[in-house]
Design a protein around this ligand. Structure first.
Ligand SMILES: [Ca+2]
Ligand SMILES: [Ca+2]
Ligand SMILES: [Ca+2]
Length: 268
C-alpha cells in the first residue's frame, strides 16, 4: 500500500514536468481589429506571454472582413467554416493588393525556450477569375526556426480547390478554384501546416496573389487555432521536492505500519 501511495505521489510530480499541449484558440483570445501584433498568455505554467503574432509587409493593403461588423483585418472573425460545424473563429487576413508583387507576412514567435510540434490549418486558399473578382491566394515561404536551424513544413489535408507545389522549405500552396467561405464545400480551400520539430522559436509564411493578375482584387484567408507542445526543462528544485515528499510519505507510512503491527502484537 505504501509503495502504491509513493508511486502515485511520484507520478503526480513527474506529470508536472512532462509535455503539455497548448492551444491558441482564437475564440478565447482578443485581437483589436486592424492591429498588427498581439501577444498571448496561453500557457499558465510558463510565466507571462507565450507567443506573439505579427503581420508585416504591405499591411496598407489589408481590408475589412466581409463578416458581420466588417472589422478591419487582421481580425478574429467567423468568416470561414473550413468545413467544420460549427466553424472555428480564425485570424482573418483580407487583402486588396495593388500588384502581384505585394504580400503580407505572418510571423508567430514563441517566448518560451522553444516549443515542439506546431500545427494549424489555413482556410479558404482559393482562386477566382470572374469579372470584378480576380485573385489567386498564394501561401509561400512557409518555414520555422528552431535550435536545429530552419525547419520545413509538413503540409497535409490540402483541399481540392488548392494545390501544393515545391518541396522542403520551398513549398507553396496556391488556390485553383473559387471556394465558399461557409457551409458545405468550405473545406476545399483548407490545408494543415505542421512543423514537426523541437526547440521551435518561430514560424512564418507569406500571403500574396499569383502572377496571373497584375492588380488582384479582394482576397482573404483564415488562420485556424494553433496547437503545439511544450516540454519544460527539468526543474531540479521541483524534482527534489517531489522526491523529498515521496521519501517523507514513505517513511511516515512505514512508521504507521510498524506502529499498527506492534499494537496488534500487544495483547493489552
Ligand atoms: Ca504563459
Ligand atoms: Ca487590387
Ligand atoms: Ca480565399
Amino acid at each position: 500500500m505504501s509503495r502504491l501511495f509513493c508511486a502515485v505521489v511520484f507520478i503526480f510530480f513527474a506529470s508536472l514536468i512532462s509535455a503539455r499541449a497548448i492551444l491558441v484558440d482564437w475564440s478565447t483570445v482578443t485581437w483589436t481589429p486592424g492591429s498588427l501584433s498581439n501577444s498571448y498568455d496561453v500557457d499558465p505554467a510558463n510565466p507571462g506571454n507565450d507567443l506573439t503574432v505579427a503581420v508585416t509587409g504591405d499591411t496598407g493593403q489589408l481590408q475589412p472582413s466581409l463578416a458581420t461588423g466588417n472589422p478591419q483585418t487582421p481580425a478574429i472573425t467567423n468568416a470561414f467554416d473550413g468545413g467544420l460545424s460549427p466553424g472555428h473563429s480564425t485570424l482573418e487576413l483580407a487583402l486588396n493588393l495593388a500588384s502581384n508583387a505585394q504580400s503580407v507576412t505572418v510571423t508567430i514567435s514563441f517566448t518560451s525556450p522553444g516549443v515542439n510540434h506546431v500545427s494549424f490549418n489555413l482556410f479558404d486558399i482559393d482562386f477566382s477569375n470572374a469579372s470584378g473578382n480576380t485573385y489567386q491566394d498564394v501561401i509561400s515561404s512557409i518555414t520555422a526556426n528552431s535550435t536545429a536551424g530552419t525547419i520545413a513544413p509538413t503540409i497535409t489535408n490540402v483541399g481540392a480547390n488548392a494545390t501544393l507545389s515545391g518541396s522542403g522549405t520551398n513549398q507553396t500552396l496556391t488556390g485553383i478554384v473559387s471556394t465558399v467561405d461557409k457551409g458545405a464545400g468550405s473545406n476545399l480551400g483548407n490545408a494543415t501546416i505542421t512543423f514537426d520539430g523541437t526547440g521551435i522559436s518561430s514560424f512564418t509564411f507569406t500571403y500574396s496573389s499569383g502572377s496571373m493578375f497584375a492588380d488582384p482584387t479582394y482576397q482573404h484567408i483564415g488562420i485556424d487555432n494553433i496547437d503545439y507542445t511544450v516540454v519544460p526543462e527539468t526543474n531540479p528544485a521541483l524534482l527534489s521536492l517531489g522526491l523529498c515528499i515521496t521519501a517523507i510519505v514513505a517513511s511516515t507510512w512505514r512508521r504507521l505500519a510498524k506502529h499498527r503491527r506492534e499494537k496488534n502484537i500487544d495483547p493489552s
